[in-house]
Design a protein around this ligand. Structure first.
Ligand code: ADP
Length: 694
């Protein structure tokens, strides 16, 4: 008989079994018949078996075929050994779909030595397993993300290494070496080479190549040039902006094998054209057989534009450097001193040997010296004068850096050894393409010798003037006295002789004055004192007088387009105009054969109303003429043409002074000439407003 408390306990156990979260069952060992099972356990067989139908059936019937043998073996082991056993994460299909997981625990119940029953505990671990699976999945995803991030980080680091390698490098070969070192560090290729474009189209020149550090002894297999003729496939790819991945096994024909013959047999080649506006170069890499060229390509393609840009600027820099070197070589040979100052730094960027010599400073001292320090280069005490002369060329350059140009400025440079040079300096700013001043240049021409010569000449003329004038003045004075005395017993001969001496004296004095004037045109006494007067009558008289005194030539006077009563009013210094005509007639006589004809003419140039605006004078001879190349030079001081007889008197100053006088009257002078046939000299003088027909 059961007591009340036993009954209560039994009910309580029953309730616990019913509502426990684990499945509990009792199985008969011999038949594997399910004797008792709580609901969670019975649910195990759903949906094949309804929960209330499973009791009394063998597990062999109840279990789905897929797991039956495995579970039965588990039970058999417990029954035969009498030992407990466990099985984990047993998987079943849930009736509502999806998968459920269980942990089994089998415990034998013995009767004597024999296992009579097996007590089964079943714990559902679906949630836990699913959570584990989710965690695993998340871990996998994270691992994958991490891998991707790590790859990207590596790629960015490689990119940074390569791009930083080209920063601030401007020399092509140096740049190529830096790129190769970076590529080597990042990808450790078997071999790598960088080619740069050349002046020749479709030809690239090897700038640098290196075997990988693991093979330091291997010589570079790369050819020194790549040309479209020898590497057609590569050039085809270059034209199409394409990269090439080439494996030796992929050669399609003998021609390709020939083109890529420099590749080692085991290698794979990567060729990347570096395009900017033009293809600036080609990067070639050979990789070990196991390497993944696509991964490299991905990174390298990202940096090719920047590499191309760096190559382009280095090519431009190289061209500029060459051009600069060429220019400096030319400037080095110049007889003038040349000095350049860079606007950005105000430093002397170039000085040629003559500049250094003129300034009395060594070339190495000058180069790179800031302009504001160049004044203190000379280690001597600065007198006021010295400082001034140094600073004057410095200031000229500073002005040029501010855009000021000055030409032909005379400077005295005092040098460290105390000597002085006189230079003619010109300074100018040099602009670069954007219109900004990049440099300033100063050119010095040493004119010390010229200055000294001028000084000597001055002294000579001053002495000559005095030494020649004094006796002439004395002769002239005595002639005048003789003329006075002669009046009583004058004979035609003595009168003629004294007049001739007087005339020649005057002529000589005039010549001395002319030579002096020509030698010092700036302080010239060739002043003109113009008055408004008629030119026609007195000029005609002066020409007539000269015609009468000339016995060697036939001189004809021609007056065109002028009425006998007409006046040519002009603001002139008449004796000077007479001197002009006389000079031209004297030259015509000097440079044409004796007995030949000379024509002296005068005609007005009128405006539409018939008013005379200018008077044109001309002297035409049939003499030796002047060559076309010398014609523009005959008005220069001391210039005498090559075709004259050197015994002909003259200093080459007559025409120089004549032009000076004509210009002083605001007139024009020019000549037309044919060598061997003769010359015509023209003078045009402006007439006064009163000039008109009367
Ligand atoms: P000069 O006659 O004293 O040499 P000029 O100044 O008068 O100097 O003339 C300069 C040069 O021009 C002459 O030396 C001569 O070569 C050339 N010339 C001037 N006039 C004539 C001319 N009528 N015919 C040919 N040559 C002339």
């Amino acid at each position: 008989m059961q007591t009340a408390s036993e009954t209560t306990l039994g009910n309580y156990e029953h309730l616990m079994l019913q509502h426990a979260s684990v499945g509990i069952a009792l199985v008969e060992a011999q038949t594997l018949c399910l004797l008792s099972a709580n609901p969670p356990y019975q649910m195990l067989f759903e949906p094949l078996w309804q929960a209330d139908q499973v009791l009394g059936h063998s597990l062999r019937e109840l279990l789905p075929e897929a797991v039956r043998a495995q579970v039965v073996a588990l039970f058999d082991h417990v029954i035969q050994t009498g030992l407990s056993s466990q099985a984990h994460t047993y998987q079943t299909s849930s009736p509502t779909g999806g998968v459920r997981y269980w942990d089994w625990a089998l415990r034998p119940i013995l009767e004597g030595e024999q296992v009579r029953f097996v007590h089964v505990t079943l714990t559902e671990v679906t949630a836990m397993i699913q959570a584990q699976q989710e965690v695993k999945q998340m871990q996998d995803t994270l691992r994958q993300d991490h891998h991707t991030i790590e790859r990207e980080r590596q790629r960015l680091s490689d990119l940074e290494t390569i791009l930083l390698s080209v920063k601030h490098i401007t020399e092509p070969k140096e740049l190529a070496h830096a790129v190769l070192t970076a590529v080597d560090t990042c990808f450790a290729p078997e071999q790598v080479a960088l080619y740069g474009k050349t002046a020749e189209p479709e030809t690239f020149l090897l700038l640098a190549a290196r075997p990988h550090v693991s093979a330091p002894d291997s010589a570079s297999p790369f050819p020194t040039t790549l040309s479209s003729r020898q590497h057609p496939e590569l050039f085809q790819a270059i034209t199409e902006h394409m990269s090439i991945i080439k494996r030796t096994s992929e050669y399609e024909n003998a021609r390709q094998a020939q083109e890529w013959r420099f590749l080692p047999q085991t290698c794979c080649l990567l060729a990347l054209p570096l395009w900017e506006a033009h293809c600036e170069g080609v990067l070639l890499l050979t990789l070990r057989a196991e390497a993944k060229p696509e991964v490299l390509l991905d990174t390298l393609l990202t940096c090719t534009p920047r590499l191309a840009e760096a190559l382009a600027s280095s090519h431009m820099h190289a061209a500029l450097t060459n051009e600069k070197r060429r220019l400096h070589t030319i400037l080095d040979q110049l007889p003038e001193g040349v000095l350049l100052v860079e606007a950005r730094t105000s430093q002397i960027s170039y000085a040629n040997p003559i500049a250094a010599k003129l300034l009395g400073l060594g070339l190495p001292t000058l180069m790179g010296t800031p302009l504001n320090q160049s004044a203190v280069l000379s280690p001597y005490g600065h007198t006021h004068q010295v400082q001034q002369s140094i600073f004057r060329w410095n200031f000229a350059l500073i002005d040029a850096l501010w855009g000021k140009t000055s030409i032909g400025q005379e400077l005295v440079i005092s040098r460290a050894d105390g000597s002085e040079v006189v230079v003619l300096s010109s300074v100018a700013p040099i602009y670069h393409s954007q219109g900004l001043i990049s440099e300033a240049v100063i050119v010095f021409q040493d004119i010390t010798a010229i200055k000294q010569l001028e000084q000597h000449k001055e002294t000579f003329f001053a002495v000559a003037n005095h030494e020649l004038r004094t006796p002439l003045t004395i002769i002239s004075g005595f002639v005048e006295l003789l003329q006075i005395q002669n009046r009583q017993q004058a004979t035609p001969f003595s009168t003629y002789a004294l007049e001739s001496i007087q005339e020649e004296c005057d002529h000589l004095l005039q010549m001395i004055q002319d030579v002096l004037n020509a030698s010092r045109p700036d302080q010239t006494s060739l002043e003109v004192h113009k008055t408004l007067q008629d030119l026609l009558v007195p000029l005609k008289a002066s020409i007539t007088k000269q015609i009468q005194t000339t016995t060697t030539h036939q001189i004809h006077f021609l007056q065109e387009d002028l009425l006998p009563t007409e006046q040519l009013l002009a603001e002139v210094d008449l004796p000077r105009i007479e001197q002009v005509v006389r000079n031209l007639i004297t030259n015509a006589v000097k440079y044409s054969p004796i007995g030949s004809t000379i024509e002296v003419g005068m005609r007005p140039r009128r405006n539409q109303e018939g008013m005379a605006q200018e008077v044109i004078l001309w002297v035409k001879d049939q003499g030796i003429g002047i060559s076309a190349c010398e014609l523009p030079r005959i008005f220069e001081r001391f210039y005498r043409a090559g075709n004259i007889d050197r015994s002909t008197s003259g200093f080459g100053i007559g025409l120089y002074l004549t032009r000076h006088l004509v210009h002083a009257h605001r007139g024009r002078i020019w000549a037309e000439s044919t060598i061997g046939k003769g010359s015509t000299f023209f003078v045009a003088l402006p007439l006064g407003i009163m000039a008109q027909r009367i």
